[in-house]
Ligand binder design. Structure first.
Ligand code: G1P
Length: 298
């Protein structure tokens, strides 16, 4: 039987330079889509998939993340005294039971593979998930939950996959695929950010992974790869070579690249349009500005 996945790693050490100057003083994972920080989406998705231990790989300047997941007794008391029960409710998902969340520092920015490797002692000898909070996925069944369900059947390693246009493929880890069975892709290889003419397919890896501890051993011996960084992709590719035990999973859902400004804005609009309290106002506004009507400032 496949062992249950209960631990997830959240690599959050990146500098977020694409969102400067905002990220000069706040971690990009705290930037909000409507009113929830990016990291909250990632944590909620992990919880829905049965994750109970959360491992953050952080860096200097990221302590706002630790505060975010801490209890805030003064805030809770003042909301309770003011009878603001709905707001109190929204705070519930932001706290963690003591011991459920751990923070490890990545002391040098050596790449995603290195960040995941930094968590090896906390993961030990069991399968684990990795969630990249930049990739926000809107889905009826949260993406990692879909994968955990599929993984219960397959075991091994699994990466989220999505077809992307040929002119975007070199921004991703790319799968070389064999047989396709429903949403499952058998893999023959995986390459990080290949040139457009070298990409083995148009199946890009998206930031959700379920990995075996063997990947951590592989990472321990990895040399630098694409972009001069230690790549998670290379450690997974090694596993494909040695055991062939890696699946791509074509998830059902819409992925937003919140590591880019365009993707972040699209996600903001998409999530706002799902909200009963914002939809009508935003729709009006969007239809007016797209028709070139000038909006007077309120
Ligand atoms: C990372 C991974 C890449 C993956 C991508 C998904 O790249 O290295 O394999 O396709 O996330 O978002 P990054 O976007 O951090 O450069």
């Amino acid at each position: 039987m496949t062992r249950k996945v209960t631990k997830a790693v959240f690599p959050v050490a990146g500098l977020g330079t694409r969102f400067l100057p905002a990220t000069k003083s706040i971690p990009k994972e705290i930037l909000t889509l409507v009113d929830r920080p990016l990291i909250q989406y990632a944590i909620d998705e992990a919880r829905a998939a049965g994750i109970t231990e959360f491992i953050f790989v952080t860096a200097r300047g990221k302590s706002a993340l630790e505060d975010y997941f801490d209890a805030a007794p003064w805030l809770e008391t003042s909301l309770a005294e003011a009878g603001k029960t709905e707001l109190l409710e929204t705070l519930k998902n932001t706290t963690m039971p003591s011991g459920a969340i751990a923070y490890i520092r990545q002391h040098q920015a050596l790449g995603l593979g290195h960040a995941v490797w930094c968590a090896r002692r906390l993961i030990g000898d069991e399968p684990f998930a990795v969630i990249l909070p930049d990739d926000v996925i809107a889905a009826e069944v949260p993406c990692l939950q879909q994968m955990v369900e599929a993984h219960a059947e397959t075991g091994g390693n699994m990466v989220a996959a999505m077809e992307v246009p040929a002119d975007r493929i070199s921004a991703y880890g790319v799968l070389d695929v064999g047989a396709e069975k429903g949403r499952l892709l058998r893999t023959r290889g995986m390459v990080e950010k290949p040139g457009a003419d070298q990409a083995p397919s148009r199946y890009a890896v998206i930031g959700r992974y379920i990995l075996t501890p063997q990947i951590l051993s592989n990472l321990g011996t990895m040399k630098t790869g694409a972009g001069g960084e230690i790549q998670l992709t290379d450690a997974i590719a090694e596993e494909i070579r040695v055991s062939g035990n890696v699946y791509g999973y074509l998830f059902d859902g819409e992925r937003f690249d919140c590591g880019s400004k365009g993707g972040f804005l699209k996600a903001t609009i998409a999530f706002a349009l799902q909200r009963d309290d914002l939809r009508d106002e935003l729709m009006d506004f969007l239809s007016q500005i797209t028709q070139g009507v000038r909006i007077a400032a309120e």
